[in-house]
Design a protein around this ligand. Structure first.
Ligand code: ASP
Length: 334
């Protein structure tokens, strides 16, 4: 059975336009709090990630390859809390989580608590493609990574002096609640639709500063922080993971989109944004905050957040844009 999502052209016979949206986490990101150097460096990193993914999509490559490439570029940049630049656990170790999913067959791979893989998104992809499983954790995931020949890096590569300072600051806080949910989240994510109408999503994170007891957030959990389905869209989240887990946010958005799309026809214009806003609203009502990026197989892109800012960027054949603060105009394009 062929579906509209698998045709290279849309209903008017035009080639489908690819689309890529990325995020580098959300939180209290305000101009006054950011040095010009950090602002510029973050924008450069976002541009670099968009360029890596856009180059693939522009030559007709897959959404899956594009989200992996964009995600790896963000993982390699120490400004974001993923790969190099991951936050420290309470014990001062690095435990990274990542997931990747493609919407054609709904193939998915995820890892939790990995300590030495330079690019956890690529490890998640290896789980999806080279193992019979979906989700590997901790020592087992590290071992699988080595067996797959993925590039390994020492602890010093991941943890930067700034992340060490953040942990120390957290530990100085009175009380036993070493749980950093108020500052900025630096998780990275990418979602894309390719010229064939296939979607994919990837998310990677160090989690939360000072996390303990093997805490797992939403990012690597399929359906919570990451989801992709050609019948609906691709989603990557950032924010207070516990709330995205409890609302199964990424799957919830895709399920609502799937129900609003009928017989492969796109949902009404603005519907995708309304659904994202509604799920983020429910997360806020529960006490959480965060951001979501989404693309649909019909080429709609949405980037929304409840925090003052979110590192974000978008690319399509028409061009590229990046933004950080809430007042920067990047209204979702139809
Ligand atoms: N959602 C991530 C987590 O809870 C944190 C983030 O978005 O930075 O692990």
């Amino acid at each position: 059975m062929s579906s509209a999502a698998n045709d290279v052209s849309d209903r008017s016979g035009q080639p489908r336009a690819w689309r890529l949206v990325i995020h580098g986490g959300c939180g209290v990101l305000e101009r006054e709090r950011m040095t010009p150097e950090d602002d510029a460096a973050a924008r450069t990193a976002l541009e670099r990630a968009l360029a890596a993914g856009a180059a693939i999509l522009d030559r007709g490559g897959s959404a899956l390859d594009a989200v992996e490439a964009a995600g790896r570029a963000l993982e390699d940049d120490p400004h974001f809390n993923a790969g190099r630049g991951s936050v420290f656990t309470y014990q001062g170790t690095i435990e990274m989580d990542a997931a990747i999913m493609e919407g054609e067959r709904r193939g998915a791979g995820a890892v939790n608590g990995v300590t030495a893989t330079r690019n956890p998104i690529s490890l998640a992809r290896a789980v999806m493609e080279k193992s019979p499983h979906v989700f590997l954790s901790r020592e087992g995931a590290d071992e699988f990574s080595r067996l797959q020949g993925l590039e390994q890096a020492p602890p010093d590569y991941f943890g930067t002096p700034e992340r060490r300072r953040q942990l120390e600051e957290l530990r100085r806080q009175p009380g036993e609640d070493y749980f950093d949910i108020d500052v900025k989240y630096g998780t990275v994510g990418a979602v894309a639709v390719d010229v064939r109408g296939h979607v994919a999503a990837a998310t990677s994170t160090g989690g939360l500063t000072g996390k303990r007891w093997g805490r797992i957030g939403d990012s690597p959990v399929i359906g919570a922080g990451t989801y992709a389905d050609d019948r609906a869209g691709a989603v990557s989240a950032t924010g207070a993971g516990e709330y995205f887990l409890r609302s199964a946010a990424a799957h919830e958005i895709c399920a609502r989109l799937r129900f609003s799309a009928s017989q492969g026809e796109p949902p009404a214009p603005g519907q995708a944004q309304a659904i994202v806003d509604s799920v983020l609203g429910e997360i806020e009502e529960m006490g959480g905050s965060g951001g979501i990026i989404l693309v649909t197989p019909w080429g709609e892109a949405v980037s929304r957040f409840t925090t003052p800012g979110m590192y974000r960027g978008e690319a399509s054949p028409k061009g590229r844009s990046v933004a950080i603060y809430g007042d920067e105009g990047d209204a979702p394009t139809p």
